[in-house]
Design a protein. Structure first.
Ligand code: SAM
Ligand code: DTB
Ligand code: SF4
Length: 325
């Protein structure tokens, strides 16, 4: 199996990979996955909205945009670091080893609020967890301070292809996103960067987004694949749900073209039954969000997740059998 790391995948090639017969696609993706990752380990990441709603951006999918006035959402100021760290500890005790904090900001600003976020990052790291934040756009000195605080990764998504992007967001350009990603990279913070499927984009758009991700050197360390969670009051509220196998194809394609990247089966997982989730894990997903809520919408039920992890035997970091082989 040839899975050298490439940065020159063409969109056409990615479409062809994506559209090949499902069993061939999943088989190839699974082989790449096994070559580069422990197939029994599923990382559990916990997600917390540290500042909710009232965001000046107009992302069509997002319940937190102030432009979508009919969304039933309670806005909240930035949480205090003590409460955040209490929840981080609880998540760690429940089995999460990565804690991701999201703020509904257009961009980071200097001041007390950013200082509080730095305190949260330091606190999460002191708990022995990976820390990830998503705070919108940032300037170099913000990235520098986040790196000094020990931040593991910065999440900033492309969301979709450059071609479809204008149908989803008008208040921030694709180039601004790429600039933010470059700033994060310049300070040696790992990149968590992915997108959403199910917003009305074509398979070509999905491939085009993957092409942009795979052209980055190195590939993003982490790629979240979200399925749209349609929220009442947002412009995308009535989008029909995607077929779970579309998520499987997206995960598998990401796995093949970015062999070492941590692929995250992110929002929309609660619409998948156990077997569809397992297919995604076989096809190369390394991680799921674990906990009752994503940022503002419900996540998969934690009891059902416990049963899922029990069924696949991934509670143990490394299965003892692996040590015998
Ligand atoms: N405001 C920051 C930003 O946009 O960079 C951080 C928070 S924002 C909520 C983080 C990501 O969540 C978005 O880029 C998008 O990919 C994802 N997201 C938001 N709402 C979603 C939804 N309804 N369904 C799926 N993914 C969603
Ligand atoms: C990402 O790609 N997915 C997460 C995380 N990064 C921050 C967010 C999903 C949000 C889903 C909608 C909500 O709960 O508000
Ligand atoms: Fe704001 Fe982020 Fe939601 Fe866009 S995705 S509206 S930037 S919180």
């Amino acid at each position: 199996m040839n899975s050298t790391i490439r940065h020159d995948w063409s969109s056409d090639h990615i479409v062809a990979l994506h559209n090949q017969p499902l069993l061939a696609l999943v088989g190839r993706a699974s082989a790449v996955h096994r070559q580069h990752h422990d197939p029994n380990h599923v990382q559990k990441a916990s997600l917390l909205s540290i500042k909710t709603g009232g965001c000046p951006e107009d992302c069509a999918y997002c319940p937190q945009s102030a432009h979508h006035r009919d969304v039933a959402l309670t806005k909240d100021r930035l949480m205090n670091p003590d409460s955040v760290l209490m929840l981080a500890k609880r998540a760690r005790d429940a089995g999460a080893d990565r804690f991701c904090m999201g703020a509904a900001w257009r961009q980071v600003r200097d001041g007390k609020e950013f200082d509080a976020v730095l305190t949260m990052v330091r606190g999460v790291r002191n708990l022995g967890m990976e820390a990830c934040v998503t705070l919108g756009m940032l300037q170099p000195h913000h990235a520098e301070q986040l790196a000094q605080a020990g931040l593991t990764a910065y999440n900033h998504n492309l969301d979709t292809s450059p071609e479809f992007y204008g149908k989803i967001i008008s208040t921030r350009t694709y180039q601004e996103r790429l600039d933010t990603l470059a700033t994060v990279r310049a300070y040696n913070i790992a990149l968590c960067c992915g997108g959403i499927i199910g917003m009305g984009e074509t398979v070509e758009d999905r491939a085009s987004m993957l092409q942009v991700l795979a052209s980055m050197t190195p590939h993003p360390e982490s790629v979240p694949i979200n399925a749209l969670v349609p929220v009442a009051g947002t412009p995308l509220a009535d989008r029909p749900p995607i077929d779970p196998l579309e998520l499987v194809r997206m995960v598998a394609t990401a796995r093949i073209i970015m062999p070492k990247t941590i692929v995250r089966l992110s929002a929309g997982r609660s619409a998948l039954n156990r077997e569809a989730q397992i297919l995604c894990l076989i096809a190369g997903a390394n991680s799921v969000f674990y906990g009752d809520t994503l940022l503002t919408t419900p996540n998969s039920d934690t009891n059902e997740d416990a049963e899922l992890f029990q069924a696949i035997g991934s509670w143990v970091e490394r299965h003892p059998v692996a040590a015998l082989e």
